[in-house]
Design a protein around this ligand. Sequence first.
Ligand SMILES: [Zn+2]
Length: 494
Amino acid sequence: MRIFTASLATETNTFSPMFTDLTSFKSSFYAAPGEHPDTPTLCSAPLIACRELAREQDITLIEGSCSWAEPGGLVNRATYEFLRDEILQQLKAALPVDAVVLGLHGAMVAQGYDDCEGDLLSRVRALTGPDAVIAAELDPHSHLTKQRVAMADLLIAFKEFPHLDFMDRARELVQLTLATVRHQITPCMASFDCRMIDVLPTSNEPMKSFLGRIRQLEQQPGVLSISVIHGFMAGDVPEMGTQLLVITDNQPKLSQQLAAQLGMELFALRGQSMPDMLSVEQGVAELRASAHGPVVLADVWDNPGGGVAGDGTLILHEVIRQQLTGVAFGTIWDPMAVQLCFAAGEGAVIPLRFGGKSCATAGEPVDKIIEIKALRASAWQEFAGSKVPMGACAWIQFDGIDVILNSNRCQSFDPSLFRAVGIVPEQCHGLVVKSTNHFYQGFAAIAARVLYLDAKAPYPSDPKQNNYQKLTRAIWPIVEQPHLTADESKPDCA
Ligand SMILES: [Zn+2]
C-alpha cells in the first residue's frame, strides 16, 4: 500500500491587517519531505499518525511538505500557489498511490481563493483519479464547503476546543483511510448547515455534554465519525458557519438523518456556550480584589490564534491605571521593541515604547522606563505535546509589572511560555494571556481563578457588526430565525 501525506494550513482572518506570506509560514512551521520532526504540530498530526502505522504494517509512506502559519490576514496568492504546487508536484512524483492523507486547517483564504482547501483537494483528486482514498484532518474552526465534501472521502475535525485531541483524531483518520483502501468500509459523508456562527468551547457546558452525546452516537453500528465544524466568524467567505459532518459505513440515509438531527440540536444551544465575560475594568478590579493568585485573565479577542496581531494593550493600560503589581503579561507581540532590548542587553534600564502598533482599536502603545530582565534568542512554549515557537523574546519589568515581548506572533497556550524566559507563573498574582480558550487546560491547572475578559477588539467578535461582503446565507445571530428546514440538509454521499 502506498500512502502520500502532506500538510498545508493556516486560519485566515479576512478582517486582519496582518497579511500572510511565505515568511509567515517559515517562521511558524515548515518541514520539507522527510524533515518533519518526531513531534506533531496541530495541523501535521496525520503525518505522525501515518508514520506510526507505516512502522507496524506493510505500508510505503511518501512524505510531502508540511507547513503552518500562525493565523493572520489574507494569504498572499503567490505564497498559496507555491505551497500548493509544491505538494502537488510531490504527489505527482509519488503516483500511483492508494491514499492521500492531508493535514489541513480548513479556514485558509488567499488572494483570489475563497476556498483554498477545496481547490487543493480538487487538484489532488484530479491527479490521483477517482479510486484513491482522499482523507484530511480539519480544525473545527473551518469552513466546510460543498467542494471539499465532494472531493474527499474522509474528513475529520478535532472534537475538542481546546484542540487537545488532534493526535487522536489523526490516528482515527488514518485507521479509517486504511480500512477504506482495504475495502473493509465504504465511507459515506453527509453535512448539515446549522445556519449559525458561534464560539463553542468544549471545556464547559453545554458543549461538554453535546460532545459526550456525539461520542456515544459514534458507538452506534455503522457510524464511523461525527465532526462538529464550529466555523470561523472572522473569515468572510460564502460558506462560513457551523456545520455537522457525519460519516457512516455506506448508509447515506443514516448520515443525513444524524447530521440533520444533531445539527438542529446544536442550533438549539446557540448563544449559550461562551463563558461569562467581564469588561476590562471589571476583570482588573476582580484581580485586585482576589486574595489568592495566580488569577488568569484571558484577553479573549486579542488572540493571535484568531489572526489578529496580539500586540493589544487595553488590559495593560487598565492594570497601570489601577496601579496593580505582581502581574505578568504573556505575551505582547513587538519585534521592533525586542530588537531594541537585544541591542541594549540584559540588565539595561531603557526608555521603551512597545505594543499597540498594528491597528487602531487594540490600545495605544505603552511608554515606560523598563528594566530588561532576560533575553532569549529563541523561546518555545508547549501545547499538548507540540512545540510552539515564540521567536526572540525579551522579559521586561516596570512598576511591578512583567511583560514578555515576543517576535513570533503566537497564542498563549501553556504556562511554559512564562517559564521560557525565567518568570515563575505560580508566584505571580495575575497572569494575562492572549487566547480565546486554548489556554484553559494548561493554565487552569495552576490558577486560583480564570477570568475571561471582553475588550471588544480587535477580533471581529460580533457577527452582527461584521461587514461581511461574501457571506450569502442567512445565519444566526445576524438573522434571528434563519428558517432551518429539513430539506436544507445537503447530502454529499458518493
Ligand atoms: Zn481551532
